[in-house]
Design a protein around this ligand. Structure first.
Ligand SMILES: [Fe+2]
Ligand SMILES: [Fe+2]
Length: 167
C-alpha cells in the first residue's frame, strides 16, 4: 500500500483544490504501486497532472496580488523541475531514484498542502475567488502591494528546505 492516502487532514475546504489534491494522491499511490515496466509512464502522468495543478495555483496567485517570485510559486517550480529530472534519471535506467523521489514527494506534499496551499486557500477565500470561473467577488480585499510570501507558516526557510529535500 502506498505511504500517502487521501484523508480529512488534507482537506482545505476548497473544492477545486481538494479535488486536484485527491487526484494527485491517487496518481502518486499508483506510481508507488507500479511494476518496473509501468513506473515511468505513471511518473510521467503524475508530472503532467502536477504541471497543471501547480499552474492553476500560480494563476490564482497572479490574479489575486502575489508577485511572480512569491515563495509558493518558486517552490512549485523547484519541485516540478526535480520531478522532470527524476524522469530523466529513470529513463537512463535508475528506477530506484524515481521510487525514492516518489516516497519523498508524498512527505513533501502533506507539508505543502497543509501550509502553503492552506494559506493560499484562505487568501482566495478572503478575496472571494471563484476557483471554477476565476471571478473575484471582493476586489477591494486584494492586497495593495504584491505579496512575496505565501502567507502561511511555511513562508520561511523551512519552505525552501522542504523543497530542497525533494531535489
Ligand atoms: Fe496544491
Ligand atoms: Fe501549491
Amino acid at each position: 500500500m502506498a505511504a500517502l492516502q487521501w484523508s480529512e487532514a488534507l482537506v482545505l475546504d476548497a473544492p477545486v483544490m481538494d479535488r486536484t489534491h485527491e487526484e494527485f494522491v491517487v496518481l502518486l499511490s499508483e506510481v508507488e504501486d507500479a511494476q518496473d515496466d509501468q513506473l515511468l509512464a505513471r511518473w510521467s502522468g503524475l508530472i503532467d497532472h502536477t504541471d497543471a495543478h501547480f499552474s492553476r495555483e500560480d494563476q490564482w496567485m497572479q490574479a489575486t496580488g502575489f508577485s511572480s517570485a512569491n515563495c509558493h510559486s518558486v517552490q512549485h517550480k523547484v519541485v516540478l523541475q526535480a520531478m522532470r529530472d527524476g524522469l530523466g534519471a529513470g529513463q537512463r535506467g535508475d528506477l530506484a531514484f524515481v521510487r525514492e523521489m516518489a516516497r519523498q514527494l508524498g512527505a513533501w506534499f502533506v507539508h505543502h498542502a497543509q501550509t502553503m496551499d492552506a494559506g493560499l486557500a484562505l487568501h482566495l477565500r478572503s478575496v472571494g475567488l471563484d476557483m471554477d470561473t476565476g471571478e473575484i467577488a471582493r476586489p477591494d480585499a486584494l492586497p495593495v502591494e504584491p505579496l512575496k510570501g505565501c502567507g502561511s507558516a511555511a513562508c520561511s526557510t523551512v519552505a525552501e528546505e522542504s523543497a530542497a529535500a525533494v531535489v
